[in-house]
Design a binder for this molecule. Structure first.
Ligand SMILES: [Zn+2]
Length: 273
């Protein structure tokens, strides 16, 4: 009996020691060779917010050398969930749908595509990204893959952080909302995506997935009813290829949140683009 126990213990030890190489593999995990593109703007005094939302605030709680002789800096920040580069969680416009902390991380990381509508949007600040924009992309690259993160480049990122150019108005408050002019996604295109494709998330380089002149925010309603989260005010989209890259989008994990500040980056493999 004692001998049997010894054998069992030995078996367990040898089993765990044979697991060691796997653990070592995970410790040495590295990203594939390629370039990393930061798709987030910094939060600061110039960060663009919706006209009705308070601007970003940062107050210094402590800065300088302490009695202990070491340097110490600490700030307090205050922000709407919906300013700067941020996530819209599905519950933002769809009761009962996913909150910020409930969105599976699998849906926020993965293969991505870029659809560039900057040419038609350049001459039309009320441009609606249409089904034909998606079909034209697919004619060149094939069907938008299942589980893709879809990024839309309107070109309005070039105006950040000039609110007059980026939003169509630098005025603040509720009276400024009807003055907003920037491109967004046609509700018909949102329906087409929900009904005919199976994407994980969508993002763009304007302040809203609905165009500035929308007053009913139907694109938000349609996509969020299908639990597809959105990324707004995404930066540096002109640095991405149309296909062959990966996106990692990690929002602040706000319990019950309707959105939140978002750190988003793309990885373009050396062979990609
Ligand atoms: Zn938002």
């Amino acid at each position: 009996m004692r001998r049997l126990l010894t054998l069992c213990v030995f078996a367990l030890l040898s089993c765990s020691s044979s697991d060691t190489p796997a653990a070592t593999d995970s410790e040495t995990f590295s990203l594939p060779p390629g370039s990393i593109v930061d798709l987030s703007y910094s939060y600061g005094d110039d960060t663009v917010y919706w006209p009705t939302a308070d601007k970003f605030e940062k107050t210094v709680d402590a800065e300088g050398y302490t009695a202990g002789g070491y340097y110490y800096l600490s700030n307090t920040v205050r922000t709407s969930e919906h300013g700067g580069t941020h996530l819209d969680a599905p519950i933002h416009f769809s009761e009962g749908q996913l909150t910020t902390d409930e969105i599976p991380l699998e849906n926020l990381m993965g293969s991505a595509v870029l659809i560039d509508v900057s040419e038609p949007a350049a001459s039309d600040p009320d441009y609606l990204i249409s089904v034909s924009d998606f079909e034209n992309w697919e004619a060149r690259h094939g069907r938008i893959p299942d589980a893709a993160i879809v990024l839309l480049r309107t070109g309005y990122g070039q105006y950040w952080p000039n609110a007059e150019l980026y939003l169509g108005t630098a005025e603040r408050g509720a009276d400024a909302v009807p003055l907003l002019h920037f491109p967004g996604i046609d509700p018909d295109a949102a329906s087409w995506l929900v009904e005919n494709r199976s994407i994980n998330a969508i993002g763009l380089d304007t302040a809203s997935i609905d165009r500035g002149q929308s007053s009913t925010y139907e694109t938000h309603q349609i996509l969020f009813a299908a639990n597809i989260p959105a990324f707004e005010n995404v930066a540096n989209l002109e640095r991405l290829p149309e296909t062959g890259f990966v996106v990692i989008a990690l929002p602040m994990k706000i319990a019950g949140g309707s959105g939140g500040p978002l750190r988003i980056a793309a990885i373009i493999p050396e062979s990609g683009g």
